[in-house]
Ligand binder design. Structure first.
Ligand SMILES: [Fe+2]
Ligand SMILES: [Fe+2]
Length: 245
């Protein structure tokens, strides 16, 4: 459960008990009187970690207090190093997206619109990966620390070299996901492990699809008509729906 409340949310005394461990502490505070005008407490040893302030301007034993819950979430349940690694992975996925966009531009300039289209689909898919992790990290109450994205490589010596570069990138990304998965396991962060399972499966597909293209390019060799045939084939890629998940 992730619960974020704006400043000065009003909770009647009875309602406070809704919030389990936090509610118990609120109730304890409310039993004594007079309560301090402003108090900040960090609850430790509870499944929920909350940092809140409680202000009771008037307290007669029945009315509630104005409170200001800065954070009431499972945020602290995500290990700090997993949080950091997930944020870095978001950056890596956006970087991959940017690299694919550069490859798409290169193909477009070469007059190979089918390959350009295929790379644009890759670009969208990597953006989707980044956003999937972005959403997950926020849903866990984690901090998304966005970093800069480096300038992508814009020039290539030929079609095959573009795909070899793409394969290298995907293999690097697989290693990164593997490390992240192992880290989540070491930290007993089972939710992150579960979320990353999808990415592990995705990487198998990603590497295979690029290896398949490289194999076809090797078969085509220097035959221009074979390359144009492949260009048409690549232009037929229609998994944009998946990329927009
Ligand atoms: Fe990816
Ligand atoms: Fe990928």
């Amino acid at each position: 459960m992730i619960l974020r409340m704006g400043s000065s949310a009003f909770l009647p005394g009875g309602g406070i008990s809704l919030y389990s461990g936090v509610g118990r502490l609120f109730s304890q505070k409310l039993r004594g009187e007079p309560l301090p005008l402003f108090e900040t407490t960090q609850i430790l040893g509870s499944p929920l970690h909350a940092v809140y302030s409680l202000r009771c301007s008037e307290w007669n034993g029945k009315t509630g207090c104005e409170n200001n819950i800065h954070q009431l979430s499972e945020r602290n349940m995500i290990p700090a190093d997993v949080e950091k690694a997930l944020a870095a992975q978001i950056n890596q996925e956006f970087s991959a997206a940017y690299n694919y966009l550069a490859m798409s531009a290169w193909f477009d300039r070469e007059g190979l619109d089918g390959f350009a289209h295929w790379m644009q689909m890759q670009h969208q898919e990597e953006n989707m990966h980044a956003m999937k992790l972005f959403r997950y990290l926020l849903d866990r109450g984690g901090k998304v620390e966005l970093d800069g994205i480096g300038k992508p490589r814009m020039e290539f010596s030929g079609v095959k070299e573009v795909f070899e570069t793409a394969l290298e990138q995907e293999r690097g990304n697989t290693e990164s996901i593997n490390r992240l998965y192992a880290l989540a396991g070491n930290q007993s962060d089972f939710a992150t492990k579960s979320h990353l399972q999808w990415f592990l499966d995705e990487q198998v597909e990603e590497e295979k699809s690029i290896e398949d293209v490289i194999a076809l390019l090797e078969r085509a060799g220097s035959d221009p008509s074979a390359l144009l045939y492949l260009n048409d084939k690549m232009g037929g890629r229609t998994d944009q729906g998946e990329a927009n998940q």
